[in-house]
Unconditional design. Structure first.
Ligand code: F6R
Ligand code: MG
Ligand code: MG
Length: 366
């Protein structure tokens, strides 16, 4: 029987700036969702990364289901009330519109969902990133699914060697979802050509060519495309199934050792190394750095195990040190050059206004 894994995530307020949600806020969301276990949903897990709360549910309703989305949306609305009462900063910030119609896509929260036929054992990973946007997963996904330097299975396992289909979205197109399907390995240079640009092209899903099954679902919403102005970074979530016909958990984790520079950090307008962190890690230095947490689960008949925290292992302490060093390095040049994002990607209007004003004072010399 098919089950659906759904992550719906939002920033609805945090303590002391854009740092982390309060215990009371988390409890409110947890209790709200727990109520529906055994009824609308089978099971759930609620966690946070930085200032974002993620609701993972299992159910039999399929993706983009109105009742499931409404449940999570209502939980975030109930949470927003608590956040307002506690005087949390940015209460309700990701609920850009409060009139619910159908599903939460385009309303502010991030969504990553997959309907799957459960395998005998069904291991999967839930990734949550903060202070960055969905393109942050581009490079790790490319390396895990198309590069034998990270995925030994591409050489050693014949069914993995058959490759994967990448669905990639052009997120600059806002009227509808604009997606291209490309196949690895034969189109892997084309895939790289798109994934090079994480602000515009974002992996939406990946499918196994051996079994035809979906392996990856990434949230692709860009908040500033919806709101037309800064409302916070998008802070993506992702589901990845692992093992057998899919990359192993370790092959999925391998690229995070590289701590690539991603857009985000302070005011969503800088470049930051992507630091792999333990579950429930908060934000700090320069409203960053950009962080990603990873929780591994197994699911059986929709019932999920407790999470195994994949970045809570001594190896990653070393990687975190490296990421901290890189963060320090790029912060040495402050606002200059590649430390800040290009003009079109700045999340605050300040520079645009300044340049407009100064434009009038330029003179063209004869
Ligand atoms: C970045 C982020 C923070 C804020 C910054 C200013 O995603 O959330 O860096 O941009 O703390 O926040 P406001 O404008 O809310 O004072
Ligand atoms: Mg956030
Ligand atoms: Mg935020």
């Amino acid at each position: 029987m098919k089950i659906t894994l759904s992550i719906i995530k939002a920033d609805i307020g945090s303590i002391g700036g854009h740092i982390k949600p309060s215990q009371k806020l988390l409890e409110t969301i947890r209790n709200y969702i727990k109520e529906k276990e055994g009824k609308l949903i089978i099971d759930s897990y609620i966690g946070y990364t930085g200032d974002d709360i993620s609701i993972l549910t299992t159910h039999r309703k399929g993706v983009l289901n109105k009742m499931i989305h409404k449940l999570c949306f209502d939980a975030f609305m109930a949470g927003t009330k608590v956040a307002k009462n506690q005087g949390l900063y940015g209460a309700g910030q990701d609920l850009l519109t409060t009139a619910f119609s159908g599903n939460v896509k385009g309303m502010g929260p991030q969504v990553a969902e997959m309907e799957i036929e459960e395998r005998e054992a069904e291991p999967f990973l839930m990734f949550m990133a903060d202070k960055t946007d969905p393109g942050a997963f581009n490079l790790p996904l490319y390396l895990s699914f198309a590069d034998p330097m990270h995925n030994a299975g591409l050489i050693l396992a014949p069914r993995i060697k058959m490759g994967f289909r990448f669905n990639i979205m052009d997120v600059s197109y806002t009227k509808a979802d604009k997606v291209i399907e490309l196949k690895s390995p034969e189109e892997s240079y084309d895939i790289a050509a798109l994934l090079r640009d994480p602000e515009r092209f974002v992996v939406e899903s990946i499918w196994s060519r051996a079994s035809g099954e979906q392996v990856v679902a990434v949230s692709t919403t860009r908040l500033h495309n919806i709101a037309g102005k800064y409302v916070g970074k998008d802070d993506p979530v992702m589901l990845v199934r692992t093992q057998k016909d899919f990359p192993s958990t370790g092959e999925i984790l391998s690229p995070y050792t590289l701590t690539p520079m991603v857009p985000g950090f302070m005011r969503g307008s800088h470049n930051s190394p992507l630091m792999p962190v333990k579950m429930n890690t908060s934000i700090s230095f320069f409203d960053g750095p950009a962080i990603v947490s990873g929780l591994a689960f197994c699911v059986k008949d929709g019932k999920i195990t407790e999470p195994a925290d994949v970045f809570d292992q001594p190896y990653w302490d070393f990687v975190r040190q490296q990421a901290a060093q890189e963060a320090q390095e790029i912060r040495r040049q402050g606002f200059f050059g590649s430390a800040m994002l290009p003009y079109s990607e700045l999340e605050y209007g300040g520079i645009v206004e300044t340049i407009k004003k100064l434009e009038k004072r330029f003179i063209i010399k004869k």
